[in-house]
Design a protein around this ligand. Structure first.
Ligand SMILES: N[C@@H](CCC(=O)N[C@@H](CS)C(=O)NCC(=O)O)C(=O)O
Length: 213
C-alpha cells in the first residue's frame, strides 16, 4: 500500500482529506501543489485529475478525486477508526451534512472570500459583502442548530472534517481583514466546536503550511 496525497495549502477540500488520513493513522506521501503557478493544469497533473483540481489521492496507481469520494473510499478501504457511524440513519445524517456544506455553505463562503481574502486590495463591493455576510449568518445558524452535541453525529465523523475548514477560513479572513467582522459569524457553540477539532492530537500537523508562516 502506498498513498500519495496531492493537496494545496488552505484548500478546505484538501484539509478534510488530510484530517481523515491522520485520523485513520494511515501512512501517506504528501505532494504540496500550488493553486497559483499553473501546475494543476499541466499534463502530468491533468493525467490524475482532468479537472485540474486538488485534492487527489493516488493509491496503487489509481487516482481518486473529489474530496467527499476520497473520504468514503478511505472509510471503505480502511474501516478502522471509522469516520461514518455504524447505523444507516446516522450515516445518512453525516452524508447529508457533508452535502449541505458543499452545496449550500461553501458557495456562500466562497462569494465572501472572493470579495475579500482573495483580493490583494480593498476592492470588494461593500453591498455584496453585506449581503453575503447576512446569508452566511443564516447558513451558520442552521449548522449550529444541526450540531447534535459535540459533533454532527454521536461521534467525530467525516461531517465534522468537512465543516471545520469552512469555519477556519472565516477565522482566517478575520485575522487578515478584521474590518468585515467575520469572527462575529462564529458564535459560542461553533467556537466550542472549532476548539474540539483543534484539540485533536493530529490537528496541528494538518494546518495549512502557509498559515504557519
Ligand atoms: N468538489 C471538489 C472541489 C475541489 C476544489 O475546488 N479544489 C480547489 C482548491 S480549494 C482547486 O483545486 N482549485 C484549482 C482550480 O480550480 O484551478 C472536491 O470536493 O474535491
Amino acid at each position: 500500500m502506498a498513498i500519495t496525497f496531492y493537496y494545496a495549502s488552505g484548500s478546505p477540500f484538501a484539509w478534510k482529506v488530510w484530517l481523515a488520513l491522520e485520523h485513520k493513522q494511515l501512512p501517506y506521501e504528501l505532494k504540496l501543489m500550488s493553486l497559483q503557478n499553473g501546475e494543476l493544469k499541466k499534463t502530468d497533473f491533468l493525467a490524475i485529475n482532468p479537472r485540474g483540481k486538488i485534492p487527489v489521492l493516488v493509491e496503487d496507481g489509481t487516482a481518486i478525486r473529489e474530496s467527499a469520494v476520497i473520504v468514503e473510499y478511505l472509510e471503505e478501504r480502511y474501516p478502522d477508526r471509522p469516520l461514518f457511524p455504524g447505523n444507516a440513519q446516522d450515516r445518512a445524517t453525516v452524508r447529508r451534512v457533508i452535502a449541505e456544506v458543499n452545496n449550500y455553505l461553501y458557495p456562500v463562503a466562497r462569494r465572501l472570500l472572493e470579495q475579500t481574502l482573495f483580493r490583494s486590495d480593498d476592492s470588494g463591493d461593500p453591498a455584496v459583502i453585506a449581503q453575503v455576510l447576512t446569508e452566511l449568518q443564516q447558513e451558520l445558524s442552521y449548522f449550529e442548530d444541526t450540531l447534535l452535541g459535540d459533533y454532527f453525529a454521536d461521534e467525530l465523523s467525516a461531517a465534522d472534517f468537512t465543516f471545520y475548514p469552512m469555519l477556519a477560513l472565516l477565522k482566517r479572513l478575520h485575522d487578515k481583514q478584521p474590518q468585515y467582522g467575520a469572527d462575529c459569524l462564529i458564535r459560542a457553540k461553533l467556537t466550542a466546536f472549532m476548539q474540539r477539532i483543534e484539540q485533536l492530537p493530529y490537528f496541528e500537523l494538518t494546518t495549512p503550511p502557509h498559515w504557519k508562516a
